[in-house]
Write a new protein. Sequence first.
Length: 42
Amino acid sequence: MRRAFTLIELLVVIVILGILMTIVVSVVPNVMVRAKKTKTLA
């Protein structure tokens, strides 16, 4: 069993985290707008 991560494994993890962060950053504003609309309707 290797203990250290290889450079490729670290790069893959960083890329996946970057993709997840871009998804979260693009979704959160839409959720906030939708919440405000729902609040004004209620």
